[in-house]
Design a protein around this ligand. Structure first.
Ligand SMILES: [Fe+2]
Length: 179
């Protein structure tokens, strides 16, 4: 694990969740620091688990150009992201977390984030989609507290909400057999 990454993990393990946003914002993590967790797929963006703790998980996401997430919630967790390399866009839509209903007509925010850029989301703020808008690869770091083992996403074919169990392409730098 790159030194800046292992320092970040140690800091998170010894800090309250209230400090996570500023810790991630201040962390200076480069592509070299996360290279042991970078696996790209032409099929889909990949989720690569760096560290799972009782209170949080830290994940590296690797995006080929134009890859995107479905519009999804965070199952009552707090989520923060930081761009390590390349760029991503984040679009947040209105979400009724009790009824699990998205209002895709109401875009709450749309931002383009460059290296060092951060964002924060939770179910009170809405549901979001992340996209690599460019043709170059992007790498992002994601912090969830508590861990997210499943989420809900919008099936845009018929606007229904579906549940998804979240898996990892790699764990601690090792690709998983079924990924
Ligand atoms: Fe998300």
């Amino acid at each position: 694990m790159g030194n800046a990454l292992s320092n970040l993990v140690k800091l998170l393990q010894n800090s309250p969740i209230e400090d996570f946003q500023s810790i991630l914002a201040q962390a200076k993590v480069t592509a070299k620091d996360v290279q042991g967790h970078c696996f790209f797929s032409d099929q889909y963006y990949t989720r690569n688990l760096v560290c799972a703790d009782k209170h949080f998980e830290l994940i590296v996401l690797c995006w080929r150009g134009k890859q995107r997430t479905p519009i999804h919630d965070h199952n009552n967790s707090e989520g923060w992201l930081k761009v390590v390399e390349g760029k991503v866009t984040e679009t947040i839509y209105e979400w009724d977390k009790i009824l699990k209903k998205a209002n895709l007509q109401n875009t709450i925010s749309h931002v383009e984030l460059e290296p060092g850029g951060t964002s924060h989301v939770n179910d009170d703020m809405g549901v979001h989609t992340i996209c690599n808008p460019s043709t170059q690869d992007s790498i992002t770091l994601h912090l969830y507290a508590p861990r997210i083992e499943k989420c809900h996403y919008v099936d845009t074919k018929n606007a229904s909400i579906k549940e998804k169990i979240l898996g990892f392409y790699s764990i601690a730098g090792k690709p998983q057999a079924d990924s």
